[in-house]
Design a protein around this ligand. Structure first.
Ligand SMILES: Cc1cc2nc3c(=O)[nH]c(=O)nc-3n(C[C@H](O)[C@H](O)[C@H](O)COP(=O)(O)O)c2cc1C
Length: 457
């Protein structure tokens, strides 16, 4: 790294180019850890890390932050139960809850900005001491946390910093960073178009009226997004979790996946199968485990960072040695030759893509005569579809990107128009939430997922 230091060494005798670049490189080396070994860290070291954090600036220097450190294994397990989706809470060495006294906000959430500055400073301190960390906003319901730690009502909780040592073999990949020239501009705002995501039109977008559960400007229709915007969004957001084995896998998804995969036909030992747009690779791991080891799997995603994530994910699942290739789908086009694949699979991914009719024509192009198209899609004409319209789609789009469920009838039409004949069709899941009960009769069109196998005409 080449650095330019503006101040003269006389003013800052301890600063020189080599020290600074070494320190900055070391800081840039930090990455979040989500699988810790649970070994204890001395209370004095934890105290010093928090004390280092307080070297951060704070609004009006009021330092109205407070940090509660949990190290007791039972407390950590309870914290994990409350948080739900952050299993590293129970295997870290310490969890530092980030709090501040309400009422010292000044302007622009300055007390929150101050706590954030201290938190990052603690992360750097821990990192330079050879420890790993992860910052978490996802801490779960505040009330049981308040009771567990005795946090008074006048203090707010906004997150938790987990500190520990990684287990051997934990993913070591650094989440990709955007090109600096795409996120900075001198003098006036300027930013590449694919890094600004579509929203419903408005003149002002009042910040106070936008939150996760309710975002009146969220654009859920993938057709309103360009391909490069979909790729950009999915490619960076997938790193919100490490490519750890099992990540993004819920039990109910696993049960539904088993039913979806049953639609795959028996394949010859040298078959070549393509999975389209699996995002975090949860379905890829299940598909890879389902396919005979000799079958070649191609995985197509919209952006290079997603591919790197899925590749490491399969390594973490112990599937790295199996024949798998990764390809980019650019502007909805696949790099494959005509009639080169035995099966093309969309596992709850078609509804995330724009130009679905054209994508299915592309799937038809790359399939061999007699090849199989397998699709499982969220069904708009189901209890889930109603919940999506009335609740889910009123909030912000998920990390996988925008999507609209597809009505069972529309899916059949799309598949037929692309030149396929449907040979099997099932409905999976009765509830909006996630059972995996299978229906084959007329009620299949009312299940959460509509799943089918089709062959080229
Ligand atoms: C405010 C904030 C909240 C976060 N919350 C979570 C969380 O709840 N769960 C999680 O797994 N990661 C969480 N992260 C970690 C980010 O996903 C992570 O920092 C990001 O993907 C970049 O990766 P890196 O830290 O390895 O550079 C959070 C990070 C920040 C700054």
């Amino acid at each position: 790294m080449i650095m330019k230091i503006e101040q003269s060494p006389e003013n800052h005798p301890r600063t020189n180019i080599f020290e600074a670049s070494e320190i900055l490189d070391r800081i840039a080396d930090r990455r979040s850890c989500r699988v810790f070994d649970g070994s204890p860290i001395d209370a004095d070291i934890l105290r010093d890390i928090v004390a280092d954090g307080t070297q951060a600036p704070s609004s009006c220097n009021q330092q109205m932050w407070h940090f509660v450190i949990l190290t007791d294994r039972e407390d950590l397990r309870r914290a994990n139960d409350i948080a739900g989706g952050n299993p590293h809470f129970s295997d870290c060495s310490a969890l530092i809850y980030l709090c501040f006294q309400k009422g010292w906000a000044h302007d622009n959430h300055s007390v929150v900005q101050s706590v954030a500055a201290a938190t990052y400073h603690m992360m750097i301190s821990a990192h330079l001491r050879g420890l790993s960390t992860i910052w978490n906003a996802g801490i779960g319901d505040h009330q049981p946390l308040r009771e567990m730690m005795g946090i008074p009502p006048v203090f707010e909780l906004i997150g938790a910093l987990a500190i520990g040592r990684p287990v051997a073999g934990a993913p070591l990949m650094k989440a990709p960073r955007r090109d600096p020239d795409s996120i900075l501009s001198f003098g006036r705002f300027a930013r590449p178009a694919q890094t600004i995501y579509p929203t419903r039109p408005d003149d002002t977008y009042p910040y106070a009226s936008i939150n996760k559960a309710r975002n009146p400007y969220a654009e859920w229709n993938p057709d309103a997004w360009r391909w490069d915007q979909l790729g950009d969004f999915r490619g960076y957001s997938v790193w919100a979790k490490s490519p750890t084995a099992g990540v993004y896998q819920s039990r109910r998804q696993g049960e539904a996946a088993a039913q979806e995969l049953r639609l795959l036909p028996d394949l010859p030992a040298d078959a070549r199968v393509l999975e389209i747009a699996p995002w975090g690779g949860t379905s890829t791991a299940a598909l890879r485990a389902h396919l005979p080891a000799s079958v070649h799997l191609d995985v197509a995603e919209l952006a290079e960072p997603s591919i790197r994530f899925i590749r490491e994910r399969l390594n973490q699942e112990g599937q790295g040695g199996l024949p798998t290739d990764f390809v980019l789908m650019r502007d909805g086009r696949l790099p494959h030759a005509d009639a080169s694949l035995d099966a093309v699979v969309f596992l709850q991914s078609l509804e995330h893509l724009r130009d679905r009719a054209a994508v299915l024509v592309e799937a038809r192009r790359v399939l061999k005569p007699g090849g199989a198209l397998v699709i499982s899609a969220r069904n708009m004409t189901s209890r889930y579809g109603r919940m999506w319209r009335q609740v889910e789609s009123l909030g912000q789009v998920p990390l996988q990107g925008p999507f609209s469920p597809i009505a069972a009838r529309d899916l059949r039409d799309l598949v037929a128009q692309a030149g396929f004949v449907i040979e099997a069709e099932v409905g999976i899941g009765l509830d909006a939430g996630g059972d995996a009960a299978v229906a084959t009769g007329p009620m299949r069109a009312r299940r959460r997922l509509i799943a089918l196998r089709a062959r080229p005409l």
